[in-house]
Design a protein around this ligand. Sequence first.
Ligand code: NZQ
Ligand code: ZN
Length: 393
Amino acid sequence: MINFTYLVSTKVVFGKNTESQVGDEIRALGFKKVLVHFGGESAKKSGLLDRVRKSLIAAGIESVELGGVKPNPRLSLVREGIELCKKNGVDFLLAVGGGSVIDSIKAIGLGLANDGDVWDFYEGVRKPKACIPNGSVLTIAAAGSETSISSVITNEDGWKKMAVDDMVTRPRFAIMNPELTATLPDYQSMCGVTDILMHTMERYFSKEKGTDLIDRMAEGLLVSVMENGRKMHKHPKDYGVRAEVMWAGSLSHNGLTGTGRSGDWATHQLEHELSGLWDVAHGAGLAVIWPSWARFVYKENIERFAQFATRVMKCEMNFEDPEETAVNGIDAMERYFKQIGMPTTMKDLGVSEVTDERIREMAEKCSRGGKRKLGSMRVLGKDEMRAIYEMAR
Ligand code: NZQ
Ligand code: ZN
């Protein structure tokens, strides 16, 4: 186990009708003027936005609004949000939506609290010193941004999708009512299930040994999310199932399952090029990349892949040939993705023009022109990235 610091300061308010408490939560923190940020249609259509407005008014909180956040949230709207907040003296940022809305509001918070261009933080040119406080009313169990330290933004200039990972962005509260997620299309719910699984798997597939407690917590989370994901696929309106997955979404990405180990985030980084280039759902892109990544790297740590296979995927252990067990586990995970309707190749994703040139372009961008390497289980340079994209084609 390696050294770690673990502090999750986000207050979670979980359960039915909890969105009605949002005004009180903000007032209790002492803030007076809020930006309410939301996506395209869903929060308006469901009446959620009206309920949020009512709660703010009842608590005596003033607000300005900015909608229109797209999945794979765009830098241009972030810039618009920063200007709007400056003009209106906003002191708190409220996201009503999913990971994209929360990431967009974190970016606005970074832009407001620091001088210079906010994109610098995403390119890694500078580190932010602060962020205007944010909170959310979550409408989809997926990205885990409601308790995470990350924000992922797409710059339309070059379609670059990049992340900031910094404690200053961690939300002050997350209001999580699983009922709100019942209006999601099945495909989007399953993209969420995949993303949640991957947030724990990217931590689980680490090279360190001696992480037994966290291994078993991670394995329990993965088994539960897979089972409840399957149930949700069949019974989308079941509150209990949605509650299990929603809570797992936060626990999967608040850092807990990564304590004491380094993780290997290659699948996420490789995926960002897919959703940056083709604007596909992040979870679907992960299901495309992971099986190919796993087949490319598993020989570096057969023991860990075999442990995953037996404890999570319930494969039988072949003590004479652990490699066979490791491979069976990868195959079983790929079958699971298919069972819940996820694509597992770029062809399945339905994107056009997966040409050799596109593959080269993704490897070029992901490796930052050959300067960046990915992963810890097996370190990937540009050529290895290209090989994985080829396998996932
Ligand atoms: O815009 P609306 O109309 O709200 O529609 C959204 C959107 O089309 C819809 N939706 C959300 N809640 C709904 C709903 N539709 C019906 N009923 C509801 N209750 O769902 C679509 C997807 O929303 P989005 O916010 O994009 O989903 P998600 O939470 O999966 O977020 C994905 C983004 O998060 C980033 C991803 O890269 C991607 O850009 N990530 C952020 C992370 C973080 N900050 O920690 C970590 C993740 O690894 C991830 O990279
Ligand atoms: Zn993710």
